[in-house]
Write a protein that binds this ligand. Structure first.
Ligand SMILES: Cc1cc2nc3c(=O)[nH]c(=O)nc-3n(C[C@H](O)[C@H](O)[C@H](O)COP(=O)(O)OP(=O)(O)OC[C@H]3O[C@@H](n4cnc5c(N)ncnc54)[C@H](O)[C@@H]3O)c2cc1C
Length: 411
């Protein structure tokens, strides 16, 4: 009987262990924590947005790094198949806006429980509080692992599902990178993704707590537009956050900040000349009102003050006395306000890790190493990451599924 060791009891490891056991393999799941699925537990604010029922093309468009590596995995376990599995394992689901899927109970722990029940039914041996410290490779093949206690466990296949290195309190501290490096693999340097951005600009900090809806955020790399979307963002005490900013941060990962520019369009429904016309209209009906009254008609109070400051317009100038260049500067700032970014919050605060095991060294249909037969990797430990919406968990489940399906079968 094929013996399989799965390292890590997160989304990828749980799915890999269940799937390998379904192939008839003798599977042992090794998890360093005292329980399974610590990160799963906090996903989707405790509700676990476990997948997204979009088309494969749409899915890959939401994958920031190495979407093409996922062709086979998404074919092997498309979102509908994952939902069917979860439901047949006793975890009914609901689909919300944006085709985001959650457990119907709205409890992330129910997803872990459903997988745990499968592990038990299939006779998977579970070893908690068990940290793997090394891989055994002999005669060019993976032969097992060494635990941090020095214990050696042999197996025919080893599946590394140790996650990335964000939110390390959940157990994902980047051990997989060390294990795979020792086996000859290349690790693309880990960087924070889906992470708030920091700014030193006084005006950004002055807006802390302000949340904006229906604005467009665009990330430029030189003249190339890397990301643009309409949605929500938030000013914080350290910079900017919110859905648009987190997504933009994923495209920023690994790039030099000096070559990038974050641009905010406060009026995405209007062109710059339409904003200008609106200003002209407002000014002509304003009588002796101050400019700040006009700006308050366009923006929340604090933002109105900042817009005046950034365009060097005295808010107490009577609107009718605004010079044409000043009005045009206000219209331009409404459409293309540059947010100076000084960096990102650290990896610890990132929702996912960009970077990880270089995917070209793995077979995309099986997740088996091209360098060390019998060695597999799945989930966030790989250099694949996506935007929010259930994609990252689906990647973990689908790659775990491929690794378990291939690793569970004797060669
Ligand atoms: C706050 C937050 C919210 C999120 N929300 C969502 C969401 O709603 N939807 C979504 O799609 N994605 C979400 N994500 C991302 C998603 O959680 C991860 O991409 C996914 O969990 C990765 O799964 P994984 O199995 O590869 O790794 P992990 O879930 O990180 O699991 C790795 C496991 O390996 C164990 N381990 C590590 N090293 C060792 C070792 N040496 N020996 C033994 N065990 C080891 C760890 O303890 C851990 O249990 C969220 C992430 C965060 C931080």
């Amino acid at each position: 009987m094929q013996s399989v060791l799965v390292i890590g009891g997160g989304a990828a490891g749980l799915m890999a262990a269940v799937t390998a056991a379904e192939q008839g393999a003798a599977v042992t799941l090794l998890e360093r924590n005292e329980k399974l699925g610590k990160k799963l537990y906090i996903t989707g604010k405790g509700r676990c947005n476990c997948t997204n029922l979009c088309s494969p093309d749409d899915f890959r468009q939401n994958v920031v790094r190495n979407p093409r590596f996922l062709y086979s995995a998404l074919e092997a376990l498309p979102p509908t198949a994952l939902v069917q599995k979860l439901e047949s394992w006793g975890c009914p689901t609901i689909t919300e806006h944006g085709r985001r899927v959650f457990p119907a109970s709205q409890k992330a722990s129910d997803v872990t429980r459903a997988l745990e029940r499968q592990l038990t039914q299939l006779g998977v041996r579970l070893r908690l509080n068990t940290r793997v410290a090394g891989l055994t490779v002999a005669d060019g093949r993976a032969r097992g692992v060494t635990l941090e206690t020095g214990e050696v466990i042999s197996a025919d296949a080893v599946i590394v599902c140790t996650g990335g290195c964000s939110y390390p309190s959940t157990g994902s501290t980047g051990d997989g990178y060390t294990l795979l490096t020792a086996a000859g693999h290349t690790i693309v340097p880990p960087k924070p993704a889906l992470v708030p951005l920091t700014s030193e600009a006084a005006w950004v900090r002055a807006l802390q707590g302000l949340s904006l809806k229906n604005v467009r955020l665009t990330l430029w790399h030189g003249k190339k537009r890397l990301y643009t979307e309409i949605g929500e963002m938030l000013f914080t005490h350290f910079g900017v956050s919110g859905p648009l900013v987190l997504s933009a941060s994923s495209y920023l990962a690994g790039l030099s900040l000096t070559e990038c520019r974050l641009e905010l369009d406060l009026k995405p429904g209007l062109t710059e000349s339409q904003v200008n016309e609106r200003l002209i209209r407002d000014i002509s009906g304003a009588g002796r009102k101050h400019t700040q009254a006009i700006l308050r008609g366009l923006y929340p109070e604090r933002l109105a003050q900042v817009m005046a400051e950034l365009t060097a317009v005295d808010p107490l100038t009577p609107a009718s006395e605004l010079r044409r260049e000043q009005r045009e500067a206000l219209a331009h700032a409404a459409k293309a306000l540059e947010i100076p970014v000084s960096g990102t919050e650290p990896l610890e605060a990132a929702v996912v890790t960009a970077g990880g095991a270089q995917v070209s060294q793995f077979h995309p249909a099986t997740m088996e190493s091209k360098l060390v037969p019998g060695l597999y990797a799945a989930g966030e430990v790989l250099d694949v990451d996506a935007l929010t919406g259930g994609y990252n968990l689906h990647i973990a489940f689908a790659t775990g599924y491929c690794a378990g399906r291939a690793g569970g079968v004797a060669i």
